[in-house]
Design a protein around this ligand. Structure first.
Ligand SMILES: Nc1ncnc2c1ncn2[C@@H]1O[C@H](COP(=O)(O)OP(=O)(O)OP(=O)(O)O)[C@@H](O)[C@H]1O
Length: 429
């Protein structure tokens, strides 16, 4: 059992888009940084930094953090922290955690218990690797690992719910019963915010032939012609930019367009009705105007339509994921699950998303069953706004780890060193 003097702890939620970290008991994470690293050849920098006479080093330097990644460096490559189902390179995680915990939260990891979220599908190997890494590399005094959807349910005061967590790369439906994620009922599909961003990017670049110019690729110069002000755009040489960095920057611009302009129509909508959608304009950083009309709903409509092109196969729409997942649960708890559909993750933040599920789930649910969709993240029962939703797993972890009764749940480094991997499953069921 962990018996440290200081029970202040931190919560870390590692997502495929962002890594969120903050103090237990607080309402939202204080550090939210991209789950990406930049890699570049640091030879020139090292020569400047080290004493004259020291051997010049040629090695790949790793950087993390929004501001650092926004600064273009020649041939800097961008790599995601999460690939496939795991973390292929723990050096990336080390850098991201140092940035979050030491620079962001200013804590000493050797003295601070840390609660981690993990994806709902149980992965013993991934938990073991994370545990070993945190105890060996960071010398953490104690950690705890728990399922993200369980925390998302806690974040809105529920221990039984079905959590629809739609983030950057995927969407999962996870029934949670009395604080446990029901493994056999989980449904996961490779559709999330990144899919919609990429679809929108295709529309803009391939269909509309719009050039998406990242901020590093031009300079704006203010002119004043007899009182008329405007900007001249000067294109810059981008020959040294690594393709992965160029793509990442473009995707970031399109992501912003997507978040600002797209929404979910409250009812299913056909192509003809889409013609009546009000058009809206968005100005890209170089001044290019983008006008979107039917695409504003056509792209998000894909979340509710069958799609057999996804790698996960057999996607029939988010509402079907809800009903199918509940259908796999014990019959005694299905009614409870239908009444507690909790939304979590950034990709559920589109205007109209909650209302659309609230409308479509009952259409395919058993008769006489009451359906209620709520927002995770402490937005309160029935909250329909709740940008807290994108932090809901973090918020649930924050609530749990600040409870007095939780303090005996931590898995200490000593316990792990004495008993090994078996301790993880015992302490973090
Ligand atoms: N207001 C918004 N409207 C629409 N989409 C949004 C909004 N805010 C964030 N998103 C999208 O949500 C996604 C990120 O969600 P989230 O932060 O939950 O992901 P993550 O937890 O890092 O990823 P994952 O769950 O795949 O591990 C991005 O694709 C982003 O564009």
């Amino acid at each position: 059992m962990y018996c440290g003097d200081d029970v202040s702890s931190v919560v870390v939620d590692i997502g495929s888009y962002h890594t969120r970290a903050g103090y237990s008991g607080e309402d939202c994470p204080r550090s939210v940084i991209p789950s990406y690293v930049g890699l570049y050849d640091s030879q020139g920098e090292d020569v400047e930094m080290i004493d004259a006479g020291a051997v010049s080093q040629s090695r790949r330097r790793l950087i993390t953090g929004s501001a650092e990644l926004a600064f273009k460096r020649d041939a800097m490559e961008i790599q995601p922290l999460l690939q496939g189902d795991g973390i292929p390179n723990f050096d990336y995680l080390e850098d991201i955690l140092r940035k979050s915990l030491i620079d962001g939260l200013m804590i000493n990891p050797k003295e601070t218990p840390m609660l981690f979220t993990e994806p709902p599908i149980h992965n013993k190997e991934a938990r073991l690797r994370l545990t070993e890494f945190m105890f060996e590399k960071f010398q953490a005094p104690a950690i705890f690992i728990g399922k993200a959807p369980v925390y998302a349910a806690f974040s809105c005061g529920r221990s039984t719910a079905i959590v629809i967590d739609s983030g950057h790369r995927s969407t999962t439906a996870t029934p949670v019963h009395e604080g446990f994620a029901l493994q056999k009922c989980i449904i996961k599909h490779d559709i999330g915010g990144q899919y919609l961003t990429q679809q929108l990017q295709q529309v803009l670049e391939k269909e509309r032939k719009i050039e998406i110019a990242p901020r590093y690729s031009f300079k704006k110069k203010l002119y004043n012609n007899n009182g008329t002000e405007g900007f001249d755009i000067m294109r810059l040489d981008t020959a040294g930019v690594h393709p992965s960095y160029a793509n990442w920057c473009k995707e970031e611009l399109v992501r912003d367009v997507k978040e600002e302009v797209l929404y979910v129509n409250e009812d299913p909508i056909d192509e003809r009705s889409m013609e009546t959608i009000r058009s809206t304009q968005y100005e890209l950083p170089d001044g290019t105007q983008v006008t979107l009309q039917s695409e504003r709903v056509a792209l998000t409509e894909k979340l509710f339509l069958p799609n057999d092109k996804l790698a996960s196969g057999g996607f029939t729409g988010i509402h079907h994921m809800v009903v199918e997942s509940i259908g796999r649960a014990d019959i005694d708890i299905r009614r409870d699950l239908f009444q507690n559909i909790v939304l979590a993750g950034g990709n559920t933040l589109f205007k109209g998303y909650l209302e659309r599920l609230q409308r479509q789930v009952p259409e395919i649910s058993p008769q006489n069953v009451k359906v209620k969709v709520v927002s995770g993240g402490g937005g309160g029962s029935g909250s329909t706004s709740g940008s807290e939703r994108r932090f809901s797993s973090w918020v649930g972890g924050s609530i749990l780890s600040s409870l007095g009764s939780f303090q005996q749940m931590w898995m200490s480094r000593q316990e792990f060193e004495e008993h090994g991997a078996i301790m993880i499953e015992r302490k973090c069921p």
